[in-house]
Design a protein around this ligand. Structure first.
Ligand SMILES: Nc1nc2c(ncn2[C@@H]2O[C@H](COP(=O)(O)OP(=O)(O)OP(=O)(O)O)[C@@H](O)[C@H]2O)c(=O)[nH]1
Length: 239
């Protein structure tokens, strides 16, 4: 059996295990295309929750950041982390911990707007990107997610126990008209998350827009572009 055939068998087995229905083997190009599509889809999903995984979420963030830098449209990044999650694992076991992660994911998914994206960043941490979301609605949307998690009862695998958990959140708006980096955006949101944990958890803090700092790296990336009359606009004026 040649190596490419083995790889194809491996891909089929992987997809079967993930519950993906494929055309019959031997269907030629159609089967290959279906396998490639399904593998791409699988590589972007978190297997525990079905949410976009870290890689897919970062790609989504990059899109939003690009849009904000070109259109000035405001987007909010919110990082959410389950509080005292280690205690859930320690007390009820890893399977119960997994059930809690899945339940929080479902709650977040059902409380975002259709244009928002929630992803699992890893462990008990989630990211939500809210496009077209000004400071007026950002805090409300973030608070809605926090409150929804707090209100949910999570049934554990033993079929008897139900848990209530809380999340802490940190948010930051994408800098409009500035070519920033997703790492810097995440770092700013993370700083707020750290502060929310420090202040006692079960709360969401969002970086005030007016104080949104522009890093040295961002300043270097600032670009000037000609307006309709050929004048050069200094983007620093737009910050
Ligand atoms: N069940 C389960 N546990 C996980 C998974 N990924 C990470 N963890 C656990 O999540 C726990 C995270 O604990 P910490 O980082 O100490 O945070 P915490 O207990 O939530 O405390 P705070 O964040 O400070 O409120 C660790 O015990 C990890 O082993 C997972 O996929 N499933």
């Amino acid at each position: 059996m040649s190596l490419p055939t083995l790889r194809l068998d491996h891909a089929r087995a992987l997809l079967r295990q993930a519950g993906v229905a494929l055309p019959e083997p031997g269907a030629g190009a159609a089967e290959l295309q279906a396998i490639i599509d399904a593998l791409c889809e699988l590589s972007e999903r978190d297997p525990l929750t079905g949410l976009p995984n870290r890689r897919a979420f970062m790609a989504r963030l990059a899109q939003e950041l690009d849009r904000s830098s070109r259109s000035g449209e405001v987007a909010l990044l919110l990082m959410l982390d389950i509080d005292h999650f280690k205690a859930v694992n320690d007390r009820f076991g890893h399977l119960a911990g997994d059930a809690v992660i899945r339940a929080v994911a479902d709650t977040l998914k059902s409380h975002i707007r259709p244009m928002d994206t929630v992803g699992r960043l890893g462990g008990e941490e989630f990211g939500v990107v809210f496009p077209n979301c000004g400071p007026g609605s950002g805090a409300q949307l973030a608070e809605r997610l926090r409150a929804a998690v707090e209100a949910a009862h999570v049934p554990l695998p033993d079929g008897v126990t139900a848990l209530r958990v809380t999340v802490s959140g940190g948010g930051a708006y994408a800098p409009a008209w500035v070519r920033s980096s997703i790492e810097h955006w995440m770092e700013r949101a993370d700083r707020q998350l750290y502060e929310a944990k420090r202040q006692g958890r079960n709360r969401v803090l969002i970086e005030p827009v007016a104080h949104s700092e522009v890093s040295a790296e961002e300043k270097e990336r600032l670009f000037a572009w000609p307006d309709a009359d050929g004048l050069i606009i200094d983007p620093a004026d737009a910050i």
